[in-house]
Design a protein around this ligand. Structure first.
Ligand code: AMP
Length: 406
């Protein structure tokens, strides 16, 4: 009798304009089989770094990869060398991160030509991300046309926001004509972390209200009531909301007119200023929180002010989402800064004891990989550190859509 293997593997692809990140997972135990990254696609100095988890071996491939097709073929070659080839019957699907799904895509979606067309129609609201995501989708579909390809959208988790939170207070007709509204991003992370927070509390997701603080180089907050997002800090684009590594977050829109009229700056220059040269970087010249903390310890005033502005904005959002939710069961910190920077967590909640929010200094100082509670034992609201895992969430959503035990 021949052994019959079910298709339980999912390849997760995250295509950037010149990069391709990937992970191969086995959904029987959600374990990683391989992880890797191709950088500088389209240049002479492209590089593929591939790790086979079982052996722990890492290989590097250097040399020009002209486009995403060449990059994915190189990835397929490396996977095949580890016996994990894309032609394996154990591969159930490819799950793709797609940044913008507009209002149309509220769920992970099996991709066909109509879906590709709709993702393409959303390019005007996601000019940086959707073209790269589309390239990744088309390349993978050409390589394995017979395999389900699933798009998992960064915006989907936020499509449950009520109109009162999703609309800007501008002329409705103009807003609708140009699809101007608040979409929110990092949704895969907010979905995963809010669910994991409920699990940490020993509750079902629909039993808890959670404020999720995704603090990475990009940063966003969300208010999640009973498992459904009711507000989030990013808007039409990822520029709105919290102070980030290089993005300003909220500001008076008239700053833009002022910089145009008085500063003589072009639209593109202001776009670059607000997205790439603002936030922590614009304030003190560093966007890495480790470096900022080191400078603060040496008495650097610019770094201290950047930190204070970052924390002030964060605290405002915690207060705002507390009010939006009415009652809060947990505040969850995640992503690079949220998972690692104890001083950020402590400062963000300092003085909020009246709201039942506090951080236990000893618990906050403990370093660890897993989800953990850092509030005092008798706290009214749990404060948690919950490591995010967007690849696992994409794989889980993809497999839930296509995986069948046969
Ligand atoms: P992410 O975008 O989630 O990968 O987060 C990246 C950011 O996390 C970096 O820019 C750092 O500012 C921050 N980060 C990573 N490790 C630490 C750490 N140990 N302490 C403080 N910040 C950290």
């Amino acid at each position: 009798m021949t052994e019959h293997r079910a298709a339980t593997r999912v390849l997760v692809l995250n295509s950037g304009s010149s990069s391709l990140k990937y992970q191969l997972l086995d959904m029987r135990d959600a374990g990683r089989l391989a992880v890797g990254l191709v950088e500088r696609i389209g240049e002479q100095t492209s590089r593929l770094r591939h790790t086979c988890v079982a052996t722990g071996g890492t290989r590097e491939l250097n040399g020009p990869m002209a486009d995403h097709d060449a990059a994915l073929k190189a990835v397929a070659g490396e996977l095949a060398r580890d016996g994990l080839g894309l032609d394996s019957p154990e591969l159930a699907a490819i799950g793709h991160r797609v940044v913008h799904g507009g209002m149309f895509f509220t769920e992970p979606t099996v991709v066909d030509d109509a879906v590709l067309t709709e993702i393409e129609r959303l390019i005007p609201v996601a000019p940086l991300h959707n073209p790269a995501n589309l390239t990744g989708l088309r390349t993978a579909m050409a390589l394995r046309p017979d395999l389900p390809q699933v798009a998992v959208f960064d915006t989907a988790f936020h499509t449950t926001m009520p109109e009162s939170a999703a609309r800007y207070a501008i002329d409705t007709k103009i807003a609708d004509r140009h699809r101007v509204r608040r979409y929110g991003f990092h949704g895969t992370s907010h979905a995963y972390v809010s669910r994991e927070t409920a699990r940490l509390l020993g509750k079902a997701p629909d039993e808890v209200n959670v404020i999720v603080l995704h603090l990475g180089n990009g940063a966003s907050a969300s208010a999640v009531r009973g498992g459904r997002c009711v507000d989030t800090s990013m808007g039409l684009t990822p520029l709105e909301g919290l102070v980030m590594g290089t993005r300003s977050g909220d500001l008076d829109p008239a700053v833009i007119f002022h910089l145009q009229r008085v500063g003589g700056m072009s639209t593109d220059e202001i776009d670059t200023l607000l997205n790439k040269r603002s936030g922590l970087f614009g304030l003190c010249g560093d966007n890495d929180m480790r470096e900022i903390r080191r400078r603060i310890d040496e008495g650097d005033e610019a770094a201290q002010l950047a930190f204070d502005i970052y924390i002030h904005r964060l605290k405002k959002y915690i207060g705002a989402y507390y009010a939006v939710l009415g009652s809060v069961d947990a505040v969850a910190f995640t992503a690079g800064v949220g998972e690692n920077a104890a001083p950020v967590r402590e400062a963000a909640l300092a003085g909020l004891e009246g709201l039942g929010l506090a951080v236990d200094p000893a618990r906050n100082a403990v370093r660890g990989d897993g989800a953990r509670i850092i509030s005092p034992r008798d706290a009214r609201v749990a404060v948690a550190v919950v490591p995010t895992d967007e690849e696992l969430e994409i794989a889980t959503q993809t497999f839930a859509l296509v995986g069948k035990d046969d």
